[in-house]
Design a protein around this ligand. Structure first.
Ligand SMILES: Nc1ncnc2c1ncn2[C@@H]1O[C@H](COP(=O)(O)OP(=O)(O)OP(=O)(O)O)[C@@H](O)[C@H]1O
Ligand SMILES: [Mg+2]
Length: 405
């Protein structure tokens, strides 16, 4: 069956393939950054033709613009550089919301072919930033190893196709490269997600990769393939969680081979609310559903997240922090659920009335007893705002019954 099936149940009970994408490819739930933003990347490559580090598709400045946006300004191609398929002017949207200086430091690290480690709390867009950086630098973000307690050295170095190995012995053809080895051969960026979830001895396979910039293949000793040398442009972007169960320490040797950048929560309420709206709206648009949640509801949602995350309300009142991380990523998920509820169950209830139970779901993720902290927040900050006369908070206070006593 082709990717352009008719949908529905096919003969024999097999579910038909979904309808094809715009250029005949199967539709995807999530497009890698280099595809999703192919137009912007092509535009920036032509706009800024300055010197680039070896193997880079864009100049370091253009990479920063791609990730952090053009501040609402329309960038204009010089007349001589205009060509078919590219707009003459384009405003580049901010994808990562945060300090531009942090993005610049990340780009400088990569330009020096040093390893970059993005550390921070869960849900602060570390993975997103690593994907955007690799897409912009070398045109692919897909060479990824996901670190887990079960990750083996083979997954960082290479493995074997055992059928070929048994039939013909070790050879270049029988070698199965890891994403890192592939990146070394082609001089591009490889990503290691959640590096600290790998056992320390497995992590340490990266020490020699980052210092010698080659992987020895002893099985192929005496042949030209006995070592794979990294081509210029190769480097690693890794991510690690500061707060998670089951993480291993990194050795000092490995730490020394990475530049660390700490990615923190979004400092500004308005910026975080705008981001939550944009991301939730984009998710709903992917399923062809309009996003109809009021800005005031979103602002209340993000305010509650920020108060509970920081342990202090906007007004300076103390708030008891739940042990779960009230991340922006979770706020986006709640906003998306509210949007879907509004779209699929219109008129049943107002969206605001769903907020307490969604917040409760998030707050209880780490420790079910933390539900009491949300109740405390309601009886404290929410009530005081209601008493101060804010209409939306009055309504939220009336919804106190949706929470357990
Ligand atoms: N500063 C930010 N800029 C843009 N998006 C953000 C930001 N912070 C959080 N997000 C949102 O969070 C989502 C999840 O981010 P991502 O998965 O990259 O986080 P993470 O830090 O890798 O989390 P984890 O530690 O759980 O792996 C993003 O897709 C985006 O919707
Ligand atoms: Mg991540």
């Amino acid at each position: 069956m082709t990717a352009t099936g008719t949908g529905g149940e096919a003969a024999g009970g097999r579910v038909a393939d979904p309808p094809g994408g715009p250029n005949g490819s199967a539709p995807r739930q999530v497009d890698p950054a280099e595809h999703a933003f192919a137009g912007e990347l092509a535009f920036l490559a032509v706009l800024d033709d300055g010197p680039r580090p070896p193997g880079w598709r864009l100049t370091p400045r253009a990479v920063v613009t791609f990730v952090a946006g053009s501040d609402g300004r329309e960038l204009e191609l010089p007349k001589a550089a205009r060509r078919d398929g590219l707009p003459a002017r384009l405003a580049i949207g901010a994808k990562f919301v945060g300090e531009r200086a942090l993005v610049e430091r990340c780009v400088v690290t990569l330009a020096g072919e040093r390893g970059l480690l993005l550390v921070g709390e869960p849900g602060t867009a570390k993975s997103m930033l690593s994907e955007l950086l690799s897409a912009a630098v070398c045109g692919t973000s897909e060479l990824v190893v996901q670190g887990t307690a079960g990750t083996t050295e083979d997954q960082l170095r290479y493995g074997w196709n055992y059928a070929l190995l048994l039939a013909h012995g070790p050879s270049r053809e029988a070698l199965v490269p890891s994403p890192i080895l592939t990146a070394m051969r082609s001089g591009v960026v490889a990503r290691v997600e959640e590096i600290t979830r790998c056992l320390p001895e497995v992590q340490d396979a990266l020490v020699s990769i980052l210092s010698d910039r080659r992987i020895a293949v002893p099985e192929l000793a005496g042949t030209p393939d006995a070592a794979v040398h990294a081509a210029p442009g190769f480097t690693l972007v890794a991510t690690a969680n500061l707060r998670d169960r089951g993480v291993s320490e990194m050795s000092a040797a490995l730490k020394r081979r990475f530049n660390f950048e700490v990615v923190g929560p979004i400092p500004d309420l308005a910026a975080e609310t705008a981001l939550v709206r944009r991301q939730a709206k984009a998710t709903l648009e992917r399923v062809a559903t309009p996003f109809a949640v009021d800005d005031a509801v979103l602002e209340a949602l993000v305010t509650a997240f920020r108060d509970l995350r920081s342990g202090r309300s906007v007004e300076g009142w103390d708030v008891e922090r739940p042990s779960t991380v009230m991340s922006t990523a979770e706020a986006v998920a709640v906003a998306t659920s509210l949007g879907l509820a509004a779209a699929y169950f219109p008129g049943d209830r107002d969206v605001l009335s769903l907020l307490p139970s969604h917040l409760l779901g998030v707050v209880r993720k780490d420790d079910p007893a933390d539900g009491a902290k949300l109740v405390g927040y309601w009886d404290g900050a929410v009530r005081r705002r209601a008493e101060d006369g804010a209409r939306l908070w009055r309504r939220l206070w009336e919804l106190r019954d949706a929470l357990p006593d």
